[in-house]
Each structure stands twice: as C-alpha cells, then as structure tokens.
Design a protein around this ligand. Structure first.
Ligand SMILES: [Zn+2]
Length: 87
C-alpha cells in the first residue's frame, strides 16, 4: 500500500515538473526570448563555428557579419577590398 503512495507521489511530482517546464517554454515563447547568445554561427572567412556572443562584428556591404577573431575579420576585409583587376 505504501509503495502505491510513493508511486502516486512520484507521478504527481513528475507531472508538476512537466507542467512547470511547459509553462516556462510557453512563457519564453510569448516574450520572444530565445538563447540567441548561445547560437553557434559560422565564420564566413575560415568556416569555424563559434558562439555568437564571442564573435567579432563587421558591418560589410550593409550586412552584419560575425567572425571568430579580429584576424579573420581583417583577412576578410583585405580579401574583399583589394583592388586587383580581374574579369
Ligand atoms: Zn575565423
């Protein structure tokens, strides 16, 4: 009989956990909050993935680009602003 009570208590506990998890998810969706800072982005220069919050931002041609390091950003700028004649 006691075992049944324990199981019932456990089920209730898990149900409560599940409900609060669902509510927090819905709450987050309503606020439009997502873990943007933890999103992995790809460096357009070297192809490395890194956390967005650690990226080096560059405004280039009206677009916001993120690089894994200042070195990559500078290399990208150098590549795209060189004045070699071609084509
Ligand atoms: Zn890089």
């Amino acid at each position: 009989m006691i075992r049944l009570l324990i199981i019932a208590g456990l089920v209730y506990f898990l149900y409560r956990k599940y409900r609060s998890w669902q509510e927090s998810l819905a709450d987050r969706r309503e606020k439009g909050e997502t873990a943007i800072e933890d999103i992995m982005v790809q460096d357009p220069h070297c192809g490395t993935y890194f956390p967005r919050r650690e990226g080096v931002l560059l405004r280039f041609d009206g677009e916001d680009l993120l690089f894994c390091s200042k070195k990559c950003r500078d290399a990208f700028v150098a590549e795209h602003t060189n004045t070699t004649t071609g084509g």
